[in-house]
Design a protein around this ligand. Structure first.
Ligand code: V47
Length: 385
């Protein structure tokens, strides 16, 4: 007999299996055991069980377009290869850009004409754009494409807007103004790792966890659903990842109990070192990606959805992850400037609907086009394969 067939299951997973079967909440120590086990099959089995309990074998995707309105940024996060410094005298780096409101609207209109239900808009922290730019762009998109869902601005951008608005505004006031202008929900970016050590080492100039949670809590109070991310595979430890998830789980308990909106989706983002100040790091392996997605499905029992963002995990890994706890694939994306694993280093990074549906079906799942609120989009006479 070869050693592979002799490999026993990990007995340390048995109490965790019992908890998962009973629908009991897992502890941080359970999370560590799941991360450390060599028994990847049982980890996958348990995560798939938790995923099937919520969603059966449905796998969600959407037709969307990501729009990155500027790459100028006042921050210097070490993991980021996207931001460009801004020189107020005008002699900018050659590849710095800022889209006008008209250019953003043109992209949104094109997306809507191609069947998109969502625009996902984020950018760097631009030092001179006024707050009115952001409200204007929401209003203009809604005017031209009233049915397009605007998912925009990370918590970091929202805190930036509180500082640039004149007169200065609170987080709740900024969110209210954006909501009135057409904002429908917030993406999960900017969370990175909720830990002071990791914050000081990699994104010290950025606001930390307290304000990230302030923004999301304020959004939930106002009835705006949000997502939450975790940027993993750089300088953080597995324990720090688990703490990150536990902090989100606590906030989600509060939001579900007390607020009209809550987190919809957890989005673990696989660190892509290329071009960043941490380019010497190797980045996560495929198994680390798979483990992280599976553990998050099991620990975050109060998050409806776990997303593998194919742009960062790769379409191949995201496909495999559909049997390791993941139920959401994100969407067609089209353009993406923040990281460039796909698209051979260009910003054009698109998957077509037939490509996505083929990957989901091949993973044994039933592809479901969703809108941003995870309602199934009725395909009508759209041609899909
Ligand atoms: O906040 C930056 C991350 C985030 C790198 O809510 C990097 O549905 C990997 O938040 N390698 C922005 N990641 C993207 C984001 C997102 C993406 C898709 C869906 C959703 C959602 C949210 O990208 C940033 C940062 O954490 N990031 N640089 C990098 N080198």
């Amino acid at each position: 007999m070869d050693s592979v067939t002799q490999q026993p299951g990990d007995p340390a997973l048995e109490p965790i299996r019992a908890k998962v079967l009973a629908g009991e909440r897992l502890s941080p120590a359970d999370g560590l055991t799941l991360y450390r086990t060599r028994d990847l099959f049982t980890l996958g089995e348990l995560a798939h069980l938790a995923r099937r309990r919520r969603h059966g074998l449905r796998a969600f995707y959407n037709i969307n377009r990501h729009i990155n309105y500027t790459n100028f940024c006042v921050l210097k996060c070490k993991f980021c290869a996207f931001g460009r410094p801004y020189n107020p005298r005008g002699d900018q780096v050659a590849d710095g850009y800022t889209l006008s409101v008209d250019e953003i609207v043109a992209q949104a209109v094109e997306a809507a004409q191609r069947g998109a239900t969502e625009v996902h808009i984020v950018g760097g922290l631009h030092p001179t754009l006024p707050f009115s730019y952001y409200t204007d762009l929401c209003r203009a998109i809604k005017q031209h494409c009233p049915s397009l869902h605007i998912k925009a601005f990370t918590a970091i951008e929202i805190v930036h807007f509180t500082r640039i608005a004149r007169p200065r505004l609170s987080i709740a006031e900024v969110l209210t103004a954006l909501k009135e202008a057409g904002l429908d929900s917030l993406p999960g970016g900017g969370a990175e790792i909720f830990d002071d050590r990791v914050h000081d080492e990699t994104f010290q100039t950025k606001v930390g966890e307290e304000q990230w949670f302030d923004v999301h809590q304020a959004a939930h109070r106002l009835g705006l659903p949000t997502n939450a991310t975790m940027l993993y595979g750089h300088v953080e430890s597995v324990e720090e990842r688990i703490q990150h998830m536990i902090k989100l789980r606590k906030q989600q308990d509060i939001s579900l109990a007390e607020h009209p909106a809550a987190f919809q989706c957890f989005v673990p983002l696989s660190f892509i070192p290329d071009g960043s100040a941490l380019a010497h790091l190797p980045g996560p392996t495929g198994l680390d990606d798979l483990r992280t997605l599976a553990v998050s499905r099991l620990l975050l029992d109060n998050f409806p959805h776990v997303k593998a963002f194919w742009i960062m995990q790769s379409p191949q890994l995201a496909q495999v992850a559909l049997n390791w706890g993941v139920d959401d694939f994100d969407g067609t994306v089209v353009w993406y400037d923040i990281t460039k694993r796909e698209g051979r280093g260009t910003t054009r990074q698109e998957m077509t609907v037939p490509q996505i549906r083929r990957l989901l079906r091949e993973a044994g799942c039933q592809p479901v086009e969703r809108d941003t609120l995870y309602r199934a989009v009725l395909c009508g006479d759209k041609v899909i394969r």
